[in-house]
Structure formats: C-alpha cells, structure tokens
Design a protein around this ligand. Structure first.
Ligand SMILES: [Zn+2]
Length: 370
C-alpha cells in the first residue's frame, strides 16, 4: 500500500491542508477502482466503511488477492471536516463560497474531444487509453487556485484512470439508496444487490454536476460529440449509506464486505464471490423522486418511516404552527418508496422534508438538491 498526501492550495498563508489517498495493488496491473468517503464531510458512515475497507484491503493485498489497483480516499473533504460553527458541523457547503462540495464538477467533454479528435483510429481497444490520457491532461489544466478548486481537480485526477468510481455519501435519515446513470446501471446492478439497496435513482444528467456524474457522463457525451461508439469505460455511482446517524461497526463492516463482493464479481479481487442476494428494488427515474415540501414553517411530526411504501395521498407528516395551533397534513405526492426524510423536526417554508421515489419521471430541470 502506498500512502499519498496531496497538498491542497492554501486559502490563506499558513493554512495548508492535504487530501489523503491510499493505493492498494500495483498501478497498471489491472483496472483502477476509486472509492471515496464523505465528500460531504458531515456524512460520517462512508468514513467508517473506509476504515473497515482499509483493514480488509491490507489483508487482501498481503495475500496477493488484488487484480488491479484500488485507491481509497478515506476522508475526501479535509476542508469540510474543519467547518464547525456554534457546535454544529457544516460539511455540505464550503463556507467561504457557499458552494456544495459535491456539485460543479467540470464537464471536460469538449476539452477531451478537441485533444483526441483525429487521433482515434480503427483500434477500438486503444480508444479508452487515448481518452483517459487526454482526460488526465484536461484535469491537470483545471483551475486550482482555491482549496475547493484544488480538491475538485485532485479527485477528478484520481478518477481519470478509474474504470469504477464509488462515492460514499449518506442522506439525513434514509434507507440505503444509489444514484447513477442509465448507461452505468446494467453493470452496477450486482452492486445494488451486494449492498441491499432499497432504491436506485437514474438520471443521465441530474443538473448539478456531482462528482460521480462528471466521471461517468464523459464517455457517452464524448461518443456523441465525436459521432462514434465509445464504451462506458468509467462506471460511477453515489452510494447513500442510509442516514447521518447510521454509524455502527455492524453496518460498516457489512457495507465494506458488500463492496468487496462486487469487486470480486468484477474480477478485481481473487476471492470467492458469492452470488449476490436478489434485488430489493427496481431502478426508478431520479425525475420520479418527488420531494415533500413544507408549505409553511412549523413543527414536523412524521407519520411514516424511511423505507415505507406509500400510496399517493397517504399521510406522511403533520406540520404544526406553534403560534396558531393549526395543523397541515403533508401527503405523499406520488406512490412509491418513502426513502429519505429530514432529521430535523422543525421546518422552514419551502423546506424539503422527505422524498418519495415514484416510477414516473414527473420532474424536469435540476433534479438534485442545491
Ligand atoms: Zn452527500
């Protein structure tokens, strides 16, 4: 295992931070896998899964069971880890810019297209290597003046060579669910089974440019731009490891084993890969994930739990105005799985209190929260 400390650009003199990546297996001996934890720094379950993976990957490497390179970033957001205000951790948005740490990842389709145009010959097998090299150069040329820009550039750089990118997040209170693209989904379906995913939300472009999408969308977008068939040479997804408080060794160890089982199924680990359990859900469109929106502020009293299957019109929560005493019932906007809810129990007008994954693509525009 090789440990790499990537120094981040300093926001101000004397405040340099660094990103840590752990590299298991021989570079070039097989495909690269990138697993990163807690890009939203206050989403802790991923860091504990990485802690369990660290021990298991060291064992597998010592036993010479790796068939490629596995890069583990055990805490992907050193900037967000130190953002504490008034006793509360703020790991989702950079306080300096207000930007979401998992948005605004660069679309490098045009830069890569310009670099490879005319260089992709008849040898399809060589296309992937050529594109990856150009992608690495395009990433290296990204702006990196601020710590946040530099963090984004470093993470995209680690992903440029990867055939599989697994971005470990969590929701507020939720059952385990996944976000990926329709093109990645067939190959990732076994991972949903290995992890016991209760919902899988698919979108070609969610509108927010999250990290996983920046990694995966390049291949179909580039193929379209160049008018040629390119393989989906990078599979990427976001795994939402339940809710923020779902941090236990039992869950993390099982999640780590699920990830390793999937790597084994893909031939990246030389260990017995058991047939994964049957799927717990069908994939549904991200555009069918409908938020439950508070029409006014007030006390939130939930009537349903994450993981409940609801019918459109079912009571999900009551919203109580503590001044007037008025109670507003909040009803399921669609039929589907009530898969996530806010852990706070007081709402602001317009706040999103939960999400129901329906089967119909009803929404348009930006599909992710800001
Ligand atoms: Zn997140």
């Amino acid at each position: 295992m090789k440990t790499v400390h990537h120094a981040l650009a300093e926001a101000t003199p004397g405040t340099r931070q660094s990103l840590l990546s752990l590299h298991y297996g021989e570079p070039g001996s097989g495909p690269r896998v990138l697993i990163l934890a807690s890009l939203h720094a206050d989403e802790v379950p991923g860091m504990l899964v990485a802690h369990h993976l660290r021990r298991r990957l060291a064992e597998l490497e010592a036993a010479q069971r790796l068939r490629g390179e596995i890069v583990l970033v055990p805490a992907a957001n050193p900037i967000g880890l130190q953002q504490w205000l008034g006793g509360y951790h703020h790991g989702r948005f950079e306080l300096a810019s207000g930007e979401n740490f998992n948005r605004h990842y660069a679309d490098l389709t045009e830069a890569v297209a310009t670099a490879v145009q005319g260089r992709l010959g008849d040898d399809a097998a060589a296309h992937v290597a050529c594109v990856r090299a150009a992608l690495g150069e395009a990433v290296a040329a990204l702006p990196a003046a601020t710590p946040l820009e530099d963090l984004r550039r470093l993470l995209l750089g680690l992903a440029a060579e990867a055939e599989l990118v697994i971005d470990l997040h969590c929701d507020s209170e939720a059952v385990l669910h996944l976000y990926t693209t329709p093109a990645c989904w067939p190959a990732l379906q076994p991972l949903a089974r290995c992890l016991g995913a209760r919902a899988v939300l698919l979108a070609e472009r969610s509108g927010g440019d999250p990290f996983d999408e920046a990694c995966s969308m390049l291949w179909p977008a580039l193929g379209q731009r160049l008018g040629m068939a390119l393989p989906q040479a990078c599979l990427a997804l976001t795994v939402e490891l339940r809710g923020e408080a779902d941090v236990s060794h039992a869950l993390a160890a099982a999640d780590a084993e699920g990830l390793l089982q999937f790597l084994a199924l893909r031939g990246l680990l030389d260990i017995d890969a058991a047939e994964p359990p049957p799927p717990l859900c069908e994939a549904t469109p991200l555009a069918g994930s409908v938020p439950l929106v508070a029409p006014h502020g007030g006390i939130v009293v939930f009537a349903r739990q994450p993981g409940d299957v609801v019918q459109a019109g079912d009571l999900i929560a009551e919203l109580i105005d503590p001044f007037s005493g008025a109670t507003t019932p909040l009803l399921a906007p669609v039929s589907g799985l009530f898969f996530a809810r806010d852990q706070r129990r007081f709402a602001r007008a317009g706040g999103r209190l939960g999400k129901v994954a329906g089967s119909q693509a009803l929404r348009q525009g930006r599909l992710l929260s800001p």
